[in-house]
Design a protein around this ligand. Structure first.
Ligand SMILES: [Ca+2]
Length: 185
């Protein structure tokens, strides 16, 4: 009888501990920067020492809700793909820092020029609507320019930068450099 009581108490304690840990994990969720590979974080630190990767808490609720399964493959601030077609995985990130006392967000691409060797490039700097900015992969295919007859065909995955419920455009590799096309305004 006594042994049974102890066994039951242990079981209840274990269950309580499990529930507590589960609740804490769900409440905090994954930190976006933890999804970024260490060598990529090191390259960012070197090129943008005063920046940090944008976190979900920087963004308005609507953006967060679109990315309920925040994972390395699907999140609003960090993408990886072979954007320039050289066979190495590249990375695109949103970095937050300050300029003249005001917060800014940079869209940065790290092109992998050799195994584990990165070349950083700033594609864009934003000072407004920082809570609504996010990025996504745009798969190869036809893209129509906003308010124009012009259309292009992406041969490689592009980096789509969106302002939630406002506007969108795609940075895409064209021979030797990134070009930009507005798709929504
Ligand atoms: Ca590449």
């Amino acid at each position: 009888m006594f042994k049974e009581t102890i066994a039951k108490s242990v079981l209840v304690l274990c269950l309580a501990a499990f529930l507590l840990v589960t609740t804490i994990c769900q409440a905090s969720g994954p930190q976006l920067q933890e999804l970024v590979p260490v060598e990529v974080r090191a390259a960012i630190q070197k090129s943008y020492p005063k920046s940090r990767i944008v976190e979900l808490s920087d963004l308005e609720d609507g953006v967060g809700q679109m990315f309920t399964d925040v994972s390395p493959k699907h999140n609003p601030v960090f993408l990886s793909s072979d954007f320039d077609g050289n066979g190495y995985e590249d990375y695109a990130l949103l970095l937050r820092s300050e300029k003249l006392g005001r917060p800014i967000v940079r869209l940065v691409v790290l092109l992998q020029v050799g195994k584990g060797k990165f070349k950083a490039q700033t594609l864009e700097e934003s000072q407004d609507f920082l809570e609504s900015i996010f990025i996504d992969i745009h798969l190869p295919g036809r893209v129509q320019e906003h308010d124009s007859d012009r259309a292009i065909t992406l041969k490689l995955p592009g980096i789509e930068r969106r302002f939630f419920e406002k506007s969108a455009g795609i940075f895409y590799w064209d021979k030797k450099r990134f070009q930009y096309i507005v798709t929504e305004d």
